[in-house]
Design a protein around this ligand. Structure first.
Ligand code: ADP
Length: 192
């Protein structure tokens, strides 16, 4: 199963991806994690990406698209994947569609996690990642609203929306139930 997770910074995409990865037995691919890994390994890509991460701007598409293209070529993605943080713009969604050689994008469902800004900002501040200063967080929220939110219309037909307030387990259960209702998860998919 191929799933895309969308939501503002702090809505808990990474937490849900970790739960779903176990339940569904498919890899979690997070662009934020991939970038941070490159930064810590001091690769050329990491050096190119760092200033964007530091300010909360989107990393340029040529860098991001190529990183994802390579990741999706790895054999563990054959049975599906959870994409977290990509696509983040309508243009990236179109690029993903062409990578998967399917005009529909070959995506089974898009999971949207919503949470009010006054809930997510304190969550992120308490996490304390390098790009979790109040100013950068506010900027990432703004980038989300202006560049990523328009993707929801692009994926309207496959969109499942979850209000991401409550315990991570409860939200995870709601996601699994919704996927089952859509016939997307059968017993065989569940690795648990
Ligand atoms: P959050 O969703 O909490 O802002 P992420 O870990 O998903 O954090 O992303 C961190 C940073 O990585 C972003 O602020 C951006 O600079 C970069 N990034 C992640 N995904 C993309 C993407 N698809 N396109 C461009 N930049 C990205």
């Amino acid at each position: 199963m191929r799933l895309v997770l969308i939501g503002p910074p702090g809505a808990g995409k990474g937490t849900q991806a970790a739960i779903l990865r176990k339940d569904l037995g498919i890899p979690h691919i997070s662009t934020g994690d991939l970038f941070r890994e490159h930064v810590s390994r001091r690769t050329a890509l990491g050096q190119d990406a760092q200033r964007y991460l530091d300010t909360g701007e989107l990393v340029p598409d040529d860098i991001t698209d190529e990183m994802i293209r390579r990741r999706l070529a790895e054999p563990d993605t054959q049975g599906g994947f959870l994409l977290d943080g990509y696509p983040r713009t309508v243009r990236q969604a179109e690029e993903l569609g062409s990578m998967l050689s399917d005009s529909e994008g070959g995506i089974d469902a898009v999971l949207e996690f919503t949470a009010p800004e006054d809930v997510v900002v304190p969550r992120l501040l308490s996490r304390g990642r390098a790009d979790d200063t109040e100013q950068v967080i506010r900027h990432r929220q703004q980038v989300y609203r202006s560049q990523t939110a328009p993707l929801l219309a692009h994926y309207a037909a496959r969109l499942l929306t979850f209000h991401a307030v409550g315990s991570a387990e409860q939200i995870g259960e709601r996601v699994l139930t919704a996927l089952k209702e859509r016939g997307l998860v059968t017993r065989r998919d569940e690795s648990a």
